[in-house]
Design a protein around this ligand. Structure first.
Ligand SMILES: NC(=O)c1ccc[n+]([C@@H]2O[C@H](COP(=O)([O-])OP(=O)(O)OC[C@H]3O[C@@H](n4cnc5c(N)ncnc54)[C@H](O)[C@@H]3O)[C@@H](O)[C@H]2O)c1
Length: 441
């Protein structure tokens, strides 16, 4: 099948590569000429495990191409996926300007039947706006070419995006048009050979399903974070509590870890956007307001522990950070808790010496040439001359460190662990003080 992907970011590039990998002819379009140049020259603009090899393989096979030309992009695919960003507006609502622009471009140039598929996370009612934008452009050209608009929200997780796309838990299709549903069924057939994963529903329900999923996941995280703080105050250990409640199949053990708050390009903006959309419809989502409030507070939990232990004047102190990305296996730093932690620590006069396996270049972009932050090439190098260590992202390589070596490097032998990576006895045995989230240490 010929497919056009509009917006070649995390979602667009992964979707394009995976769809090409099962044999489709995919053209990825982006307005960012630099991104397309990098891709055309064999590079890759983001870090995502397995993506570079998959892109390369499909480019070589001639199934995956990149362009900045709108007419070429529109002419190519019978299916036009919209996978552009939907950033938060000033009031928290999702800005669908890029989605509507993408739709208008399709309307301006299409000459035969197209299925326009919204893969971006968009508020309920956006498909209607996409449909209207295309209709307006066709009217200008006096053109009666038929088209369908489908909602197909994406559920992939950065860091495991290829696996998620190739083996989806479910494929949500919002459409009331049999012709479009049939095409989507055909497109996704290779991804559901073992059992049917397509859930077909009306467009608005599909749009809401994506927000509902992220809101539920964010709620679990904020719930566990507040409970961890509570466990700490009451002298209980959240790790036991986590296992104790996770064993109940109604609760489940997955995605139940306390930490220093959720971040990334999705949960924060999607929770805000859902609160806003509900409020515009006269509904108050009190639970989600609390989820957001708890998350903002949680991002400062580690800096508060550091200040409590070292004092509020951190000038002359260097804090080693392990991890900058908002979660492991990605270089994404959008809304990363590390940003709040670093701002808090700099505010108290500290210097930062940070290590992240892949997000250093992104951090350098985010923090510019802030002289109080330096970047290390290895976890141990980050400890050189540092006072204490704070763990921010749960990269695998931090899970079994040499605690004796850490102790010998730090001026004050303390670990502040924002991800509960260790059995508290292990750093203790090496003479390290250990602070975690909601743990009995
Ligand atoms: N990142 C994720 O893990 C994830 C997961 C599920 C859903 N989503 C949703 O998918 C959407 C895209 O997210 P992302 O993380 O891939 O964003 P991104 O910022 O990585 O990529 C978006 C791309 O769209 C391009 N773009 C903007 N306007 C365009 C236009 N008119 N025509 C062509 N290209 C245009 C941008 O240049 C950019 O390259 C968002 O709505 C997001 O909420 C993201």
């Amino acid at each position: 099948m010929k497919i056009t992907i509009i917006g070649t970011g995390y979602v667009g590039l992964v979707s394009g590569a995976c769809l090409a990998d099962v044999g489709n002819d995919v053209l990825c379009f982006d307005v960012n000429a630099e991104k397309i140049r990098v891709l055309r020259e064999g590079g890759i603009p983001i870090y995502e495990p397995g993506l570079e090899a998959m892109v390369m393989k499909n480019v070589v096979a001639g199934r995956l191409r990149f362009t900045t030309e709108i007419p070429e992009a529109v002419a190519h695919g019978v299916i036009q996926f919209i996978a552009v960003g939907t950033p938060p507006d000033g009031d928290g609502s999702a800005d669908i300007e890029y989605v509507v622009t993408a739709a208008r471009n399709v309307g301006k140039y299409m000459t035969d039947y197209k299925v326009i598929v919204n893969k971006s996370t968009v508020p309920v009612g956006t498909a209607d706006k996409v449909r209207a934008a295309i209709a307006e452009e066709l009217k200008v050209r006096n053109n009666l070419t038929p088209y369908s608009v489908v909602s197909n929200p994406e559920f992939l997780k950065e860091g495991a995006a290829i696996e998620d796309f190739m083996k989806p838990d479910r494929i949500v299709i919002g459409s009331e048009e049999p012709r479009a549903v049939e095409l989507m069924r055909e497109l996704y057939a290779p991804f559901q050979r073992n059992h049917e994963r397509l859930i077909v529903m009306d467009v608005k329900s599909a749009e809401l399903t994506k927000y509902a999923a992220n809101a539920m996941l964010a709620t679990r995280i904020s719930f566990m974070n507040e409970l961890a703080n509570c466990a700490e105050a009451l002298g209980a250990d959240i790790e036991f509590v986590r296992k104790g409640i996770g064993a109940d199949p109604r609760i489940g053990i997955h995605f139940l870890y306390p930490g220093i708050g959720y971040g990334g390009s999705c949960f924060p903006k999607d929770v805000k956007a859902l609160i806003r959309a509900a409020s515009e419809a006269g509904q108050t989502l009190g639970i989600l307001q609390a989820v957001e409030y708890a998350n903002e507070a949680q991002k400062s939990v580690l800096s508060k522990k550091i200040v409590t232990r070292l004092g509020s004047n951190l000038s002359g102190k260097t804090i080693a950070l392990w991890g900058l990305a908002f979660k492991p296996n990605t270089d994404d730093m959008r809304e990363a808790p590390s940003r709040v932690l670093i701002a808090d620590l700099l505010g108290h006069g500290a210097r930062i010496q940070a290590y992240d396996p892949v997000a250093t270049h992104e951090a350098q972009r985010v923090f510019g040439n802030e002289p109080r932050i330096t970047y290390a090439m290895t976890p141990m190098e980050a400890l050189e001359g540092a006072d204490v260590l704070a763990i921010v992202t749960e990269w695998k390589e931090f899970r079994a460190p040499d605690f004796q070596a850490i102790r010998s490097k730090l001026k004050t032998p303390v670990i502040f662990d924002g991800r509960n990576l260790y059995d508290p006895a292990a750093p203790g045995k090496a003479g390290l003080e250990y602070f975690a989230i909601g743990r009995k240490v």
